[in-house]
Design a protein around this ligand. Structure first.
Ligand code: PEP
Length: 243
């Protein structure tokens, strides 16, 4: 039986004053012990948040594939773990598109994260033009095959896949429930036996109003939430809907 999983991606938002919001989120999470809840704040908040809120899983939003070295501005997976992170988001479309991250690079990051004992949220998702051309499923399954280390299929509980159509992120647009269900079923099928255990999250404009419907779909095990995770009120409603 897969547990529900709700993850907040704070992106480049938040400072010390946001810890009170995170505290309210941790309190909301404690009222729903059947839902796993995580917050991925900017690097600068990971250690403070993990210390202040030991019941909340705190994660990073990226890591470098190498364990150390001359990589100015980057952070290694083991550094995240040392700061108190339990997981890391990898392959987010804002990294794939904005920083030119290839499937192969994302796969090496996943391997590095797993070697550092971090859980992974691996993001995949198609641009609008690909959906309009009817190629969304093939595109997403190719991304998945390219970014998921093969060996991981033997340890499915350490990774969750987040299906995030790029055109739905931060836009207020979402695919139809039928399209979300079809993509999640396709991803589940592509994972083979590992798909029984691996959580598949939906991400892209999830909010307090649409969460219940999206999260009620069979193959949707949870949500990766951007904007609506910044405020405890909206994020708590999404956690409650994941019940
Ligand atoms: C995201 O960036 O992962 C995301 C899902 O953002 P939003 O919820 O704001 O669309």
């Amino acid at each position: 039986m897969r547990r529900s999983y709700v993850v907040g991606n704070w992106k480049m938002n938040g400072d010390g004053s946001s810890l009170s919001e995170a505290r309210s989120i941790a309190e909301a999470a404690s009222r729903h012990p059947e839902v796993d809840v995580a917050i991925c704040p900017p690097f600068t908040l990971i250690e403070r948040m993990a210390r202040a809120l030991p019941t909340l899983a705190v994660g990073g939003q990226d890591c470098h594939p190498a364990p150390s070295g001359a990589h100015t501005g980057s952070v290694a997976a083991a550094m995240l773990a040392e700061a108190g992170a339990k997981l890391v988001i990898l392959g987010h479309s804002e990294r794939r598109e904005g920083f030119g991250e290839s499937d192969e690079l994302v796969r090496r990051k996943v391997e590095a994260a797993l070697a550092a004992n971090l859980g992974v949220i691996l993001c995949v998702g198609e641009p609008l033009s690909v959906r309009e051309e009817g190629r969304a499923e093939a595109y997403v399954l190719a991304q998945l095959a390219g970014s998921l280390p093969y060996a991981l299929l033997a340890e499915p509980s350490r990774v969750a896949i987040a299906y995030e159509p790029i055109w739905a992120i931060g836009t207020g647009l979402t695919p139809s429930l039928e399209d979300i269900a079809a993509m999640h079923a396709a991803v589940r099928g592509a994972l083979g036996d590992a798909g029984e255990e691996m959580a598949i999250l939906y991400g892209g404009s999830v909010n307090a109003e649409n969460a219940a419907q999206i999260l009620s779909l069979d193959d949707v095990d949870g949500a990766l939430v951007g904007g609506a995770s910044l405020k405890a009120a909206s994020f708590a409603a999404i956690i409650a809907a994941a019940n």
